[in-house]
Design a protein around this ligand. Structure first.
Ligand SMILES: C[S@@+](CC[C@H](N)C(=O)[O-])C[C@H]1O[C@@H](n2cnc3c(N)ncnc32)[C@H](O)[C@@H]1O
Length: 314
């Protein structure tokens, strides 16, 4: 995408904001249920186009918005009319660009209900800190949401938005600009391997599902989808500055009453001398996934927040 296309995309978000646009993104399973009520439904509003990813007829959109979509390169000519290649979702009164529904491709830029839960965990942590971070990283940033939340609360902090997916980094950079997060910058890296130095705040909502399609935003790796989450804990053990904290939001498969991710993550924290807390914020999420063979033997998927701190309380 050219710079002119980026500027058009930012102008489009500004137009949506001044039109009072807001949309809370639901899970793909809920999205499919809502659309299944009327498979022939066509967009009648901005929320239908940029939230529900519905096809639209040319007159539904103003000439200005249509021209901006065209200039931004997100106008898709489909058999059933026009569609937007991107969605726009709300968090904390800000708008975030991310991939359209359905999230089928390998390089989808994720934003969902977990983004909101993750952002809440980051805000809770910041509210309880005595010293604000000066250097933070959002590891597996997707649309940039977690890092942009930090930048909103601590505008003077340097915030690195790390992802392995170049499409995510592109949108994270635009979302940071759109939110006025001037000290947040995207950086391509596999975990923290390609970004130097130590951090006094590491936040992450990494992929944690068992995803046979291997989609980067979703596939956690390891036997139970816990591989990347554990790698984030190991990265934090190596790269947290003194007094620094990790806030990890993830999903944990509970099988036969045990939480193997918890056991492994706590072992890493204790080995590295990190003080930790671990809490289930939702004991039963993504129940529909348990239908698949991949989750054979799982009791449930829990959403958890692990906080690990190096040195004195922050
Ligand atoms: C579930 S999405 C969450 C995105 C964002 N943190 C949020 O809460 O909306 C996980 C993100 O981790 C990224 N990711 C996957 N493997 C990675 C790796 N090895 N290093 C860095 N980022 C990775 C994916 O590209 C994706 O953007």
């Amino acid at each position: 995408m050219t710079n002119a296309a980026d500027e058009a995309l930012l102008a489009l978000v500004r137009e949506l904001r001044s039109a009072g646009y807001a949309f809370t993104t639901v899970t793909p399973a809920t999205h499919a249920r809502v659309l299944a009520r009327d498979p022939m439904r066509r967009a009648a509003s901005l929320r239908d186009i940029f939230g529900w990813s519905l096809p639209f007829d040319r007159p539904v959109l103003s000439d200005d918005l249509f021209a901006l979509m065209d200039a931004a390169g997100i106008l898709v000519a489909a058999e059933d009319g026009w569609r937007s290649a991107l969605r726009v979702s709300s968090l904390d009164g800000k708008l975030f660009l991310h991939s359209a529904y359905p999230p089928a491709q390998a390089d989808v830029v994720f934003f969902g209900p977990d983004t909101i839960r993750f952002a809440d965990a980051v805000k809770d942590h910041l509210a309880g800190r005595e010293r604000m971070p000066t250097r933070a990283v959002d590891l597996g940033t997707g649309s940039g949401a977690g890092g942009i939340v930090i930048a909103g609360q601590v505008p003077e902090a340097e915030v690195v938005l790390v992802d392995i997916n170049p499409r995510a980094l592109h949108l994270a950079g635009l979302n940071a600009r759109s939110a006025g997060a001037w000290r947040a910058r995207p950086a391509r890296s596999d975990l923290l391997h390609d970004v130097p130095g130590h951090f006094d705040l590491i936040v992450s909502n990494p992929p944690f599902m068992i995803d046979r399609a291997g989609r980067t935003y979703r596939d956690g790796g390891g036997a139970l989808g816990e591989g990347l989450s554990l790698a984030v804990v190991e990265a934090a053990a190596a790269r947290l500055a003194s007094g620094g904290a990790l806030v990890l939001f993830t999903g944990a498969v509970i099988a036969a009453g045990r939480d193997p991710f918890r056991e492994a993550a706590i072992a890493v924290c204790e080995e590295a001398g990190l003080a930790w807390t671990y809490r289930e914020v939702d004991p039963d999420a993504y129940g529909e996934e348990l239908d698949g063979l991949a989750y054979d033997g799982a009791d449930r998927i829990a959403l958890v927040v692990l906080t690990a701190i190096r040195g004195h309380a922050t």
